[in-house]
Design a protein around this ligand. Structure first.
Ligand SMILES: [Zn+2]
Length: 223
């Protein structure tokens, strides 16, 4: 009988490290779990008047942080089998700082759980997307749009972009091979350049699972 052993994180790291040495256009690949960005108005509706977000930990992008606060996203929809109206919910962390517009970022698996058809969009491009009711400990807040599946992207500074020979808005492919038998080339990866960025590629949890991109992983940009 054959036994199947789960590759340990250390094994995956070692493989990624080995590959990295030979990689020319390497980029750190980070996975974003579902999360929500809120306006200050939404923060106060959900957590109380005058409430400000509580930082839990810094994220790789300078100034961005995960918060202690969590929000439950509620979608009312009709159960296809019974025809009854049901409420589907997903709880997620808030990412700070507050933004000019509330935005919910989910994977396609999350969208299915919520019963919404969220489109693939770049962050900030939320016009015409599904909305939901948000529930926090102090109240509710309804958004009529804002749920997206984030388009896979790479954050770069202008210096990083020059080194890699790419420019803002360019679409590239990225090879991810962690040695777990899930070698994957991601196409449709958009380059985003800003001096305040730190170099990293962001994928969602579906994409992470598809490519076994667990732990510290580097991809290779293919133009
Ligand atoms: Zn990002």
């Amino acid at each position: 009988m054959r036994t199947f052993r789960k590759p340990s994180k250390d094994n995956l790291r070692l493989t990624a490290g080995k590959e990295r040495k030979n990689m020319e256009n390497k980029i750190l690949v980070e996975t974003s779990a579902r999360h929500i960005h809120l306006t200050q108005e939404a923060v106060e509706a959900l957590f109380g008047a005058g409430h400000t977000l509580t930082k839990k930990k810094d994220l790789s992008q300078p100034g961005q942080f995960a918060c202690e606060e969590k929000v439950t996203v509620v979608n009312k929809c009709v159960d296809k089998r019974t025809g009854a109206e049901v409420e589907k919910t997903l709880t997620m962390s808030v990412l700070g700082p507050v933004r000019p517009e509330t935005q919910v970022e989910v994977s396609f698996t999350d969208a299915r759980t919520l019963g919404v058809s969220a489109p693939v969009r770049e962050s900030g491009d939320v016009a015409g997307t599904p909305g939901a009711k948000l529930v926090g400990p102090a109240g509710e807040y309804v958004i009529d749009h804002g749920i997206i599946v984030a388009k896979r992207h790479i954050h770069l500074t202008p210096e990083n972009a020059a080194d890699l020979g790419v420019e803002n808005g360019q679409i590239v492919k990225v090879l991810v091979d962690t040695g777990a038998g899930r070698k994957t080339v991601f196409d449709d990866v958009v380059i985003r350049v800003k001096s305040s960025f730190a170099p990293a590629m962001h994928i969602d949890t579906d994409e992470c699972n598809a490519s076994a991109a667990f732990g510290v992983v580097y991809g290779e940009i293919i133009k």
